[in-house]
Design a protein. Structure first.
Length: 112
């Protein structure tokens, strides 16, 4: 599945008999997809070792309502944390720390 944003007057596949693009060699894409999937699996394994994720997935919280409430609270904290990180960058008065604060802001901003 793919999303194509087209700004031209004519869509890439408006006329399927005369498509403006074609994909003939998928082997290259398969290699990159394989690398992406491998990196994704590795990241998932790392995240699942985090103590918060262990708690969320553990049998200690087997009640769906309790688990849902915990996740809602974590979401509120996560949303506010982005504001905290942004405030830290905005109000950092020591220029030595400004680049680090900006890097952290760029990493965190937009996570939902």
């Amino acid at each position: 599945m793919a999303l194509s944003l087209q700004l031209e007057d004519r869509g890439l596949y408006e006329n399927t008999e005369e498509a403006l693009v074609s994909f003939k060699n998928m082997a290259c894409e398969d290699i990159y997809l394989g690398k992406l999937m491998k990196a994704n699996r590795s990241t998932c394994k790392t995240i699942l070792k985090n103590s918060l994720f262990k708690l969320i997935l553990s049998d200690d919280i087997n009640d769906k309502k309790t688990r849902s409430t915990l996740l809602d609270c974590i979401q509120v904290w996560s949303d506010i944390f982005q504001h905290v990180v942004m405030s830290r960058y905005i109000f950092t008065s020591d220029d030595r720390y400004k680049p680090l604060a900006l890097t952290h802001l760029m990493e965190e901003y937009g996570h939902t």
